[in-house]
Design a protein around this ligand. Sequence first.
Ligand code: AMP
Ligand code: MN
Ligand code: MN
Ligand code: MN
Length: 308
Amino acid sequence: MSDLSIQCKIPDLNCYNANMTKVYDLHCHSTASDGVLSPEEVVMRAVTNGVNVLALTDHDDTSGLAAAKAKASLTELEFINGIELSVSWSHQTIHIVGLHINPETESLQSGLETLCQFRNWRAEEIAKRLEKKGITGAFEGASQFASGPILSRTHFARFLLQQGYAKDMRQVFKRYLVSGKPGYVPGKWATLEDALQWINDANGMAIIAHPARYRLSATRMRQLLAEFKELGGVAIEVVSGSHSKDDVHNMAEMANRFEFAASVGSDFHSPDNQYTDLGRFCPIPSKCTPIWQLDRWKEIVSSSQVSD
Ligand code: AMP
Ligand code: MN
Ligand code: MN
Ligand code: MN
């Protein structure tokens, strides 16, 4: 039995996959967005946890990639440049992961600049709304928890938690930061079309992050998957640190029905372990095609080995 099986959050699934030669974790965060470890620390924790292939996928930002890649080059870890883009789709926020992106792509960077401007405006707006409820200093307070360029709801959550407004992250979001609550400001993120364009321009592969988290009806899920496919999306996250056992089964079904490859990621943010730790999850169900078995993935990996 591999060590993975001990930590697995979904005990009923077959956690030991003899065919899985490498451990992939293709979704996680550093201090470049709302994670608490630096990009270098994320890499070292992944190595310690037995991850072989890691993608750093910070929210709407690529500034952590160079440091993570440099650190990984000193280890056996295979590092992949990634991002998690915020998208507004049909009155809902959806996250799209881009893997193997070239971060220097102009359209991607100018898109990120627009998202960053919205984030800055939103952060001030969140603070104003909280102030109306008697919570002062939220902008400065949240900023103190952010060491990168991204100011996220997670930073507001950490500030509110520090001030004693809730007992844990789950409760702080539920009370203050989700739709209908005092600190909620609706997102005006990228369109799905733009996000796919930027990822495709950056020679990356697009994946729908944690699809079960959006709680879409079957009709809307079909609509999203059809649009995503039409725009060039290649995979959905079947295994995510934030998916339950049922979610994994349902998303495996969806991936096969819509002919998507399956991706896998912890969505690690901090050792406090909101979802799961780096590399600690079950393998992709055997009926799915892992994203790393796609020809495009193999081509990208072999061409990067030639140019390294
Ligand atoms: P933002 O992109 O700034 O709106 O922040 C979204 C981030 O907040 C997500 O990436 C999660 O890390 C975090 N988040 C969202 N909902 C919750 C929740 N219910 N509990 C804890 N963290 C959450
Ligand atoms: Mn996050
Ligand atoms: Mn996400
Ligand atoms: Mn994430």
